[in-house]
Write a protein that binds this ligand. Structure first.
Ligand code: GLY
Length: 352
């Protein structure tokens, strides 16, 4: 990822988006939404003169729509709409839209410029920042994609008000992860925020702090050879929970799976890296209180273990974790045995 993306904390979406679009010289403008953001978020920006000639492209709204077919639809709309290498795509939506739109833009005529306007907390603090783009393929999430960052990312709290409590919690899990890998001040701020009655102005400010954590890490290691793996805290187990849920016909939001994944991995942090037990308990209690339980039995262990070994972050069948010795004390490339992973799952089921 050669170019640095502009991350803009916006308090006036009209002015910020206008400026961001005008800054990128372009011949034609396209806006990608999904069916939900077309209804809920497009009206927030639609009256803008700068969008007057924009051509709309819309895809389905769930992660199941993050497919080659949707991608092909976007390419077709760009082609039929006369897009050239100098056209600009604005992605207005959650992580599915910004990932897929980013990939469509990165590959159309070998790459056109794009701007991300994330509309969910999850995409604000994670997906839209850092240049990972892609689609699901062959039953695997984000299997095909490229690293290529947007021109800019606009983070505006106006969209947070359109979100359900579950979706706020889902994004907040990635913020908790950023707290764990950064410093005590940010971590304590996150634990004392009133998630049941969120103050959106405070939350927007915290989004700024959270994204800055990710930005620093991505700048240092854009292609995830080293320290970017810090962003995988909670995800080795979280992805396995998501895959199990999918197989069993249960629905879980990504952030919930990551939060439960963090409970498990904090146990490994304490056992392997001396993460302070009291602090682990505090984090686990916070997560259990807000995110509830994910029901698994010991019959699920072998399948979960298998999912963990298939994670694309692994090499040679080993399960790779990013663990912590304390808040901000990041230990990448840690491994655990099957027995340790089963013990961790016992801890997850049985609690403290
Ligand atoms: N979602 C983790 C990363 O962007 O690396």
């Amino acid at each position: 990822m050669e170019k640095k993306q502009d991350i803009i904390i916006s308090q006036n979406i009209a002015a910020t988006l206008t400026e961001a679009i005008e800054k990128v010289k372009h011949d034609r403008l396209f806006v990608l939404t999904d069916t939900t953001t077309l209804q809920l978020c497009w009206p927030v920006v639609n009256p803008l003169p700068v969008l007057g000639k924009a051509q709309m492209i819309t895809i389905g709204a769930t992660d199941e729509c993050k497919t080659l077919e949707s991608l092909s639809h976007v390419w077709t709309c760009l082609q039929q709409g006369g897009a050239t290498r100098h056209s600009l795509l604005v992605n207005l939506g959650g992580g599915m839209v910004t990932d897929l739109g980013g990939f469509a833009a990165s590959t159309f005529k070998r790459g056109i410029a794009y701007i991300n306007v994330p509309t969910t907390l999850l995409s604000m603090v994670d997906a839209s920042v850092g240049g990972k783009t892609g689609i699901n393929f062959g039953g695997l999430k984000n299997e095909i994609g490229v690293f290529n960052s947007s021109e800019s990312v606009i983070l505006d709290g106006v969209f947070l008000r359109t979100l359900s409590h579950d979706n706020i919690l889902s994004g907040y899990a990635e913020m908790l992860k950023h707290g764990l890998i950064s410093n005590e001040e940010h971590w304590n701020e996150l634990l004392s925020f009133d998630l049941d009655r969120p103050d959106y102005n405070t939350l927007t400010q915290m989004v700024g702090t959270s994204v800055a954590v990710k930005e620093r890490i991505v700048e240092e290691d854009p292609h995830e050879h080293g320290i970017r793996k810090a962003l995988n805290v909670g995800h080795t187990v979280g992805h396995a929970f998501e895959a199990l849920a999918l197989e069993q016909g249960r629905t879980v939001l990504h952030g919930y799976a990551v939060a439960w994944g963090m409970v498990c991995e904090l146990f490994l942090c304490a056992v392997h890296c001396g993460f302070p037990t009291e602090r682990m308990r505090q984090a686990v209690q916070f997560i259990r209180h807000h995110y509830g339980e994910f029901a698994i039995t010991c019959n699920d262990y072998p399948r979960l273990f298998e999912f963990m070994t298939h994670d694309k972050k692994n090499t040679a069948g080993q399960v790779n974790f990013t663990l912590l010795g304390n808040i901000g004390d990041i230990r990448i490339n840690q491994t655990a045995t099957r027995e340790e992973i089963y013990e961790m799952l016992d801890f997850f089921r049985e609690g403290l």
